[in-house]
Design a protein around this ligand. Structure first.
Ligand code: SAM
Length: 284
């Protein structure tokens, strides 16, 4: 075994542990450690091409990571925090949590702001909007109403820890195929795409103006087969549906209990989801 291989979860006492700084539909914060139990114990680079709130990245704390997502505003927020988290908090400090301010900040086109103010706008809107969920319409405009929650919408200590965890990560925006560009044998990829819709429910799919469609699920499965042929390990999360089971037939299919944050009922519920791996899981 090469000495470059990392051991997970990271035990490095010098890395301050951080947690997701946004609330994200399909976020895995509450089940991150359950999922990590299914991950390989050793690998080189960690790839997470459907990053969202980054729950797995933060829980795993890998030394080398390639992080990406198609949502550019989200990714720019990570880049801004990595480059200068203090500049982002400087803007956050000036924002006030009330409806009038929310509507004013929401009405600003993010692409007219500089990187740091755009990141602050993203965090503010995510944390103060109704049910804390990021959702855009077909033209890419954030359209969630005000949430009227009387709570802090950022934690500067956590933002500092996030920035420190991101120092060694490569962060880019774009489609997942671009996100795994350069992946090699002994690296590991965790895929957490927008879920294939469960019967009866239209699963959440408004992270970006372009929806993740059935053809994208086929594309992802084909990429997984290509990686498998190259001996690259991966794990994929998705809904417990016959469609997903058929797409990944021949691989190891695990049933994992997951608490869903966003669904049509007002209360969270426990549902079983799938975690598919192309390696045999050895849980300790
Ligand atoms: C289920 S969420 C990931 C949640 C994340 N694991 C967490 O714990 O917060 C799916 C993510 O895929 C992103 N996405 C949608 N289409 C994509 C694509 N074609 N390529 C890469 N990312 C995409 C969305 O922006 C969203 O952040």
């Amino acid at each position: 075994m090469s000495v470059d291989l990392q051991i997970f979860p990271s035990l490095d006492p010098y890395v301050k542990s951080a947690k997701p700084f946004i609330k994200w539909a399909g976020g895995k914060h509450s089940v991150a450690h359950t999922l990590i139990d299914f991950f390989p114990k050793f690998f080189m680079k960690y790839y997470e091409p459907f990053l969202g709130g980054g729950s797995l990245f933060f829980a795993l704390s890998p030394q080398k990571a390639i992080l990406s997502d198609e949502n550019k505003w989200l990714i720019d927020t990570y880049i801004a925090l990595k480059n200068d988290w203090k500049k982002v908090t400087h803007y956050l400090e000036k924002m006030v949590n009330n409806n009038q301010e929310f509507l004013k900040i929401r009405s600003i086109d993010p692409w007219t702001l500089d990187l740091f103010e755009r990141a602050a706008q993203f965090i503010f809107l995510n944390k103060t909007c109704f049910r804390g969920l990021f959702r855009v319409n077909s033209t890419g405009r954030f359209n969630v109403p005000y949430g009227a929650y009387n709570r802090r919408y950022y934690d500067s200590e956590n933002l500092e820890a996030v920035a420190s965890m991101l120092t060694s990560a490569e962060i880019k925006s774009g489609d997942f195929e671009l996100g795994i560009d350069g992946v090699k044998e002994r690296d590991f990829v965790y895929f957490d795409p927008p879920y294939y819709k469960l019967g009866g429910y239209s699963d959440f799919n408004r992270y970006t103006p372009k929806k993740f469609k059935e053809k994208d699920h086929f594309r992802l499965a084909a990429i997984c087969r290509e990686l498998d042929a190259k001996g690259i390990k991966w794990a994929v999360s998705n809904s417990n549906t016959e469609f997903v089971k058929a797409l990944f037939s021949g691989f190891q299919i695990h049933h994992v209990s997951a608490r869903r944050e966003i669904n049509l009922d007002s209360q969270s519920r426990n549902v079983v989801e799938l975690l598919i791996t192309n390696y045999k899981v050895s849980k300790q």
